[in-house]
Design a protein around this ligand. Structure first.
Ligand code: NDP
Length: 246
């Protein structure tokens, strides 16, 4: 018996990186977990195997976060197959680097469609099925609090929107004891932002700790917020950034 035994979770973008680590960590603490993915079915299948290896039910749903109908369908299917929903982890996201003078409106629409509209639609769909006492956990970014270099405008804008989304949800759903919180990671070593990538050194220069974080360190915050210890955090942000914004 662990703190999430019997809980039912959906992690968007759970095939790789922070989403995959979060899905596995939730399962290791007792939750049954559905994940969505867009383009990595093999990685998604590996995550499902790791959920099952933890002794929990797991399954993967192909759903592009930019496709509202696909997200609504994924939330409905997760709730149907799992038999309800207690935890939504709004993780699916894309990076965006480029000066405002270089980015096209198509770039803007693509990033906002996944990082903002996708998160909104998932939260909207989950709100109607989430159990009382449930959790919404949105993966934002410390770039919403501090932009350390040029070329981050679009990404920072998209992640700042999650703060408003989360605060609004906290107010709308608090009467059902549902919490809504943003996790704001700093540089985390994933394929989106590899610790040996071209922008790594510049990011490292802003860190208090001399290293990138790991997906598992963000997953630990997800399980904390999802569990009983996280019950009184709502409408706020939890920043895990190695001191990037210090
Ligand atoms: P990865 O690129 O490693 O993984 C991204 C995940 O999101 C994959 O599972 C991918 O699935 C999924 N995804 C991407 N686009 C879509 C889409 N349109 N529809 C459905 N799923 C999608 O990134 P990270 O793990 O690093 O990032 C996860 C979240 O954390 C993002 O929201 C990111 O902005 C945020 N973040 C990351 C930081 C970092 O330094 N790494 C720092 C701060 C925040 P698939 O491969 O199947 O398409």
């Amino acid at each position: 018996m662990t703190e999430l035994t019997g809980k039912l979770a959906l992690v968007t973008g759970g095939s790789r990186g922070i989403g995959a680590a979060s899905a596995v960590a939730l399962a290791e603490r007792g939750a049954d977990v559905a994940i969505t993915y867009r383009s990595s079915p093999d990685d998604a299948a590996q995550v499902v195997k790791r959920i099952e290896a933890a002794g929990r039910r797991g399954f993967a749903i192909e759903a592009d976060a930019a496709d509202a109908e696909a997200i609504k369908g994924a939330v409905a299917r997760a709730a149907d197959v799992l038999g309800g929903l207690d935890i939504l982890v709004n993780n699916a996201g894309v990076g965006a680097i480029g000066m405002i003078s270089e980015l096209s409106l198509e770039d803007v629409d693509r990033v906002l469609a996944v990082n903002v509209r996708g998160a909104y639609v998932a939260a909207q769909a989950a709100a109607s099925v989430l159990s009382d006492g449930g959790r919404m956990i949105h993966i934002g970014s410390c770039a919403a609090a501090r932009v350390t270099s040029p070329g981050m405008t679009l990404y920072a804008m998209s992640k700042s929107a999650l703060i408003g989304l989360s605060k609004g949800l906290a107010r709308e759903l608090g009467h059902r004891n549902i919490t809504s919180t943003v996790i704001q990671p700093g540089p985390i070593d994933t394929s989106m932002n590899p610790a040996d990538g071209p922008f790594a050194e510049a990011q490292r220069s802003f860190l208090a700790l001399d290293r990138f974080g790991t997906p598992e360190e963000i997953a630990a915050a997800v399980t904390y917020l999802a569990g009983p210890a996280g019950a009184y955090l709502t409408g706020t942000e939890l920043t895990l950034d190695g001191g990037h914004t210090a």
